[in-house]
Design a protein around this ligand. Sequence first.
Ligand SMILES: CCCCC/C=C\C/C=C\C/C=C/C(=O)SCCNC(=O)CCNC(=O)[C@H](O)C(C)(C)COP(=O)(O)OP(=O)(O)OC[C@H]1O[C@@H](n2cnc3c(N)ncnc32)[C@H](O)[C@@H]1OP(=O)(O)O
Length: 361
Amino acid sequence: MALASGVRFAERALLRPWALLRGTTLGRTEPAAGGGGDGARRFGSQRVLVEPDAASGVAVMKLRNPPINALSLELLTELVISLEKLENDKTFRGVILTSDCPRVFCAGLDLTEICGRNPAHCAEYWKAMQELWLRTYLSSLVLVAAINGACPAGGCIIALSCDCRVLADNPKYRIGLNETLLGIIAPFWLKDTYVNTIGHRASEQALQLGSLFPPAEALQVGLVDQVVPEDQVQSTALSEMARWLAVPEPGSSQVGPIFFRSRAPADQEHDAKGHRRPPAEAARRRHPELCQLRLQRLHPEVAAGVLGEAPTEERLRAVLPARVLAKPILVGTVALEDSSPVFAHLKLLRALCFAHLPRRP
Ligand SMILES: CCCCC/C=C\C/C=C\C/C=C/C(=O)SCCNC(=O)CCNC(=O)[C@H](O)C(C)(C)COP(=O)(O)OP(=O)(O)OC[C@H]1O[C@@H](n2cnc3c(N)ncnc32)[C@H](O)[C@@H]1OP(=O)(O)O
């Protein structure tokens, strides 16, 4: 019963995510530090500071949940809202994610949100974490992680879901998925992302051992793209961003899964009027098999996190086809193979989330 009421609350929260926020001011706007020229207004919330630069189309998003940027429910929710806001504003094409807290990029899951909490709270928290994952992993924005501090577990998840990672050269700033050492098992979609980034054998070792890599090793294994002196992290992230944004259309919107698959005939890229189809729509036409969800491989915990209860196949089938086909999944910017269960699962999760959301016109 407690679980059921928790789920109802969580569903309401999905409809109005800001209802989750306690003591938070959203949408505050104030001049950016340093005077601020055209469009240089900053906004954000209590735990997420956004410094937008309309001229370049890039916003710097700073996590500020001192002392260690633990991913509390509030921080997760505020991050999702801030990203959504930037995605909906066509001025912006890229976001640099960084920390406003000294020495720590993000300490990962806020363990106080899990330990000793009731199942309803854990389900709500799990859902919020997944929502952030989906929002970053499938973002239409270019995301660059400017990692200016320690980056364990959930911090590394955020970094992994970005297109590019720049790490400060400080041996104390280690990065990796160390949750195994805490008895938390990484969901397989997270494992797959690790594999996509650092390869199979390295992931196998690092996940099992719960390895945290110091900068030089993180660079060597490919977990980060650049290691630079601490005072150059932000400027390097901006240079990387410029490189990514310099890719002209249509390439810039189609890097990622589509880019790594066979080229599509032109009639799949354009509609009858010659307008270019959104990347996700083109991908769906090219790879209809992606819409065939492998329900049997649904991870029960992941599903439980979304639904708040173990879903039956009957229930999933009732929810999925219409939603998935009506609203194809957004194409992410991480290279996934056609057969990757991650893709199917993300689609499934998204579809399930949509099932709780009002449909967009
Ligand atoms: C419920 C379902 C979840 C669904 C999730 C879905 C998918 C993903 C699944 C799993 C992957 C993710 C797992 C995790 O993220 S688990 C968390 C792993 N994090 C860590 O191991 C980091 C632990 N912390 C540190 O290593 C260090 O604190 C630090 C970040 C390097 C900073 O070091 P520093 O010396 O600067 O600070 P302190 O160590 O003194 O810490 C200050 C203060 O913060 C407390 N604290 C530290 N980490 C956490 C944390 N993760 N959550 C909550 N609190 C934390 C620490 O105890 C200190 O508290 P105090 O009261 O003593 O001041």
